[in-house]
Design a protein around this ligand. Structure first.
Ligand code: HEM
Ligand code: HEM
Length: 334
């Protein structure tokens, strides 16, 4: 709490430019997501150990206050992810450093562009839950009937020829396979460069700046970047399922079903358990190491610092064990 207060008061006093705001928002969004994740791993483990309590936890997730928090959480994850991506890319490209301010603006724009349709889709679930009637914003229709024809008219005006974009075909034949390949290539590249950094001690091109730090510190520096890029698709996928595709209210079918069966249906597939396990380990280690970095910035006394570092290590390990045990045990009787 003191950490958060100090960060807010200091940034208000300092009145920095866009980079300063990005730094503080990145920190607050990361800490906010970590706070949620700690609670979330504990309550998810109840599905295996205390199923009745799990039903109550999911019911609490559906209260109005939590619904507001849910929108804030999604905003935190999206901004932190895009900004983290900017940090990681620029650390490996010092020749781009003079474009930092422009890149920070692009991060805000990308966050806005992603959040507008995502919030609209999330709002559909909320309205449906409270009114009992589905709200269909017909976003697909709006896109097909307004955006595509408008684009077609513009092209026809300038080229004199009608344009048939065949978007569905392009999407299926090109975007899906190509996008999948790109993601795989990106993940492999990032993983390999992270491993290279860890083995050679050259943590990216910004590595030389770190020469006075310990080897472990360099490995962790590289890990923050590599893990961030791996968490990005995992966390976005998880949030897309929980907030957009199925929605928080469908976990217990709007209060008429069992939340445990929702989890059991997913955990029936080994693939989903592995997915959750990867997210569990990566997000917790990344988040708690981030917390340790924040502690180091504010705690100057060596004993206090060491105590807080150990608290972060033990807290992280305990939560990984609790989460992993739940994933291994599964939902009792289902
Ligand atoms: C309000 C937002 C969220 C909801 C409603 C939600 C819902 C769920 C549910 C129902 C599960 C049970 C397993 C499953 O069905 O896959 C689960 C597991 C999990 N979620 Fe979330 N999730 C949310 C946000 C997040 C975020 C932001 C993260 C990480 C950044 C996250 C990380 C995880 C992890 C690691 C597990 C596995 C936990 C374990 O092994 O005990 N979730 N989540
Ligand atoms: C979704 C993809 C994510 C990406 C791309 C990402 C990226 C990053 C990067 C690159 C840093 C290091 C910043 C630096 O050294 O200056 C960082 C810090 C941090 N991250 Fe993430 N991260 C992601 C998800 C998460 C999640 C899920 C959590 C919470 C569990 C989290 C919590 C933190 C914290 C607490 C920090 C330390 C903040 C600070 O030093 O000010 N991050 N992140």
């Amino acid at each position: 709490m003191t950490t958060l207060t100090t960060t807010i008061t200091e940034v208000l006093r300092y009145r920095g430019k866009i980079g300063q705001w990005s730094w503080v928002l990145h920190r607050l969004a990361g800490l906010g997501t970590l706070l949620f994740l700690v609670i979330h791993v504990i309550d998810t483990s109840w599905v295996a150990f205390f199923p009745e309590l799990y039903e109550e936890a999911i019911a609490i997730y559906q209260t109005p206050l939590f619904t507001i928090g849910e929108f804030a959480l999604v905003a935190c994850v999206v901004f932190h992810a895009f900004n983290g991506l900017r940090i990681a890319i620029f650390d490996y490209r010092p020749e781009w450093w003079r474009h930092q301010a422009r890149a920070a603006q692009i991060v805000y724009l990308a966050t806005f562009v992603v959040l507008v349709p995502v919030f609209a889709l999330m709002a559909q679930h909320v309205v449906e839950f409270y009114t009992g009637r589905p709200l269909d914003l017909q976003l697909g229709l709006v896109f097909n009937r307004v955006v595509v024809p408008f684009g077609g008219h513009v092209v026809e005006f300038y080229t004199g020829r009608p344009l048939d974009l065949q978007l569905g075909l392009v999407f299926n034949r090109v975007v899906v396979p190509f996008g999948g390949g790109m993601i795989l290539a990106l993940l492999a590249g990032v993983l390999l460069s992270g491993l290279f950094g860890a083995v050679s001690g050259r943590a990216g091109l910004a590595g030389p700046l770190l020469t006075r730090r310990s080897r472990l510190e360099q490995v962790l520096w590289g890990f923050m970047r590599v893990s961030g890029m791996l968490i990005l698709p995992l966390a976005f996928g998880h949030l897309a399922i929980m907030h957009v595709i199925q929605g928080v209210f469908s976990i217990n079918q709007g209060g008429t079903g069992l939340a445990a069966s929702f989890v059991a249906a997913r955990w029936a597939y080994l693939g989903w358990r592995i997915y959750d396990a990867a997210l569990l380990a990566l997000a917790l280690i990344h988040g708690f190491n981030g917390l340790r970095i924040v502690f180091n910035d504010y705690a100057h006394h060596p004993t206090v610092r060491r105590g807080l570092t150990w608290a972060a290590v033990v807290g992280c390990a305990a939560l990984i064990i609790v989460g992993a045990l739940a994933l291994i045990s599964g939902v009792p009787g289902m």
